[in-house]
Design a protein around this ligand. Structure first.
Ligand SMILES: NC(=O)c1ccc[n+]([C@@H]2O[C@H](COP(=O)([O-])OP(=O)(O)OC[C@H]3O[C@@H](n4cnc5c(N)ncnc54)[C@H](OP(=O)(O)O)[C@@H]3O)[C@@H](O)[C@H]2O)c1
Length: 314
């Protein structure tokens, strides 16, 4: 098979042996695979894949068709349309995935759209509901809202009945984020004056943390998911005590199979039906064929996009 391959800090297409599904695994012919910030870090050697995942083939998510099943795999049959988060190896023509990580692709979604769903909708759903316990009527701030996780978080928050404020640094993208259901879209400067917020989905990182806390309502929760802007911040513990504040932080990729399976079941139950009803959509900023994987990475790092960059396999 052909796959995006990282060598010496560059990404290009190379030939690899076809993978074979092990016990409980399914072989997926990948039709589309979204790009994520982790791929960019992995390309530069700063974010190795977890043990058990291909080390040189990037890709944290995929969508495609089942072509074979390993021993004991019985949730899906050949020809089923499936999508999943994976520890790595998603940006390839073929990938093996444990069946408990796989989800059916809603009929309403194309392969390309589905390729941009698993990583960002799982991350946003887990952060907002499983970790922060977001409830209807609460006020949510999404920091860095125009990207993949942000556009998922805005839509999930609005659909769940929260009042959603989205901070977006590119003026050109604010209208697009409002169209996804954000009740107000603001520039990042001065966001701390716009509270109080019950939940902050922090996708930019350390530079925002003091302002996040300042803008937090009593019993508010901050969930740190992205640290592209910086990882080290000072926290005023007195302000945390005064607000009975919670600060949480999380990653998805290193979680064991049983925990990833739980996130997949949560998405099947609470998110996929919303795609079927047309209440959620996948903003795809650009698509690239596998052969142009280097251009796709370049586009991702340039920024200024609404939603996802997706690789399409022939
Ligand atoms: N913890 C986890 O499990 C997990 C899972 C998925 C993603 N992540 C991380 O979460 C972050 C968001 O992921 P994503 O897929 O949404 O990435 P993305 O598509 O690249 O979006 C990032 C968004 O944040 C904005 N942004 C970046 N730096 C900013 C800054 N200093 N000030 C204001 N806005 C800024 C970007 O704006 P521009 O377009 O203008 O640059 C973009 O709209 C990334 O750091 C990613 O690595 C973590």
């Amino acid at each position: 098979m052909r796959a995006a391959t990282i060598r010496d800090g560059e990404v290009a297409v190379a030939e690899h042996p076809d993978p074979e599904p092990g016990s409980g695994e399914v072989l997926v012919r990948v039709r589309a695979a979204g790009l994520n910030g982790a791929d960019i870090h992995q390309r530069s050697g700063h974010y190795p894949a977890p043990p058990g995942s291909p080390q040189d083939i990037p890709g944290l998510e995929l969508a495609g068709e089942v072509v074979a099943r390993g021993p004991g795999a019985e949730r899906f049959v050949e020809g089923d349309r499936v999508m999943a988060i994976v520890g790595g190896g998603g940006q390839a023509e073929l990938a093996t995935v444990h069946e408990r990580q796989l989800m059916p692709i809603p009929d309403a979604l194309s392969f390309t759209e589905a390729g941009g769903v698993p990583e960002v909708f799982t991350t946003a759903h887990d952060a907002l509901f499983t970790q922060a316990g977001l409830r209807p009527g609460e006020r949510l701030l999404v920091q860095g809202a125009a990207g993949g996780v942000g556009t998922a978080g805005v839509q999930l928050g609005a659909t769940a009945g929260a009042h959603v404020t989205a901070s977006v640094r590119s003026a050109d993208l604010r209208e697009g984020v409002a169209a996804l259901g954000a009740h107000e879209v603001i520039e990042p400067e001065g966001f701390a004056e716009r509270g109080p917020f019950d939940v902050v989905l922090e996708l930019v990182g350390a530079p925002n943390l003091a302002g996040d806390l300042q803008a937090l309502a009593t019993s508010g929760r901050i969930v740190v998911i992205g640290i592209g802007g910086g990882a080290k911040a000072e926290l005023n513990l007195g302000a945390m005590m005064g607000r009975r504040a919670t600060v949480r932080a999380s990653t998805l990729r290193p979680r064991p199979l049983e925990e990833k399976a739980l996130t997949a079941r949560a998405l099947e139950r609470h998110v996929l039906p919303l795609f079927e009803r047309g209440a959620l959509r996948v903003p795809v900023a650009a698509t690239y064929p596998l052969d142009a994987v280097a251009d796709a990475y370049e586009r991702f790092t340039t920024g200024g996009k609404l939603g996802k960059i997706v690789l399409e396999m022939a």
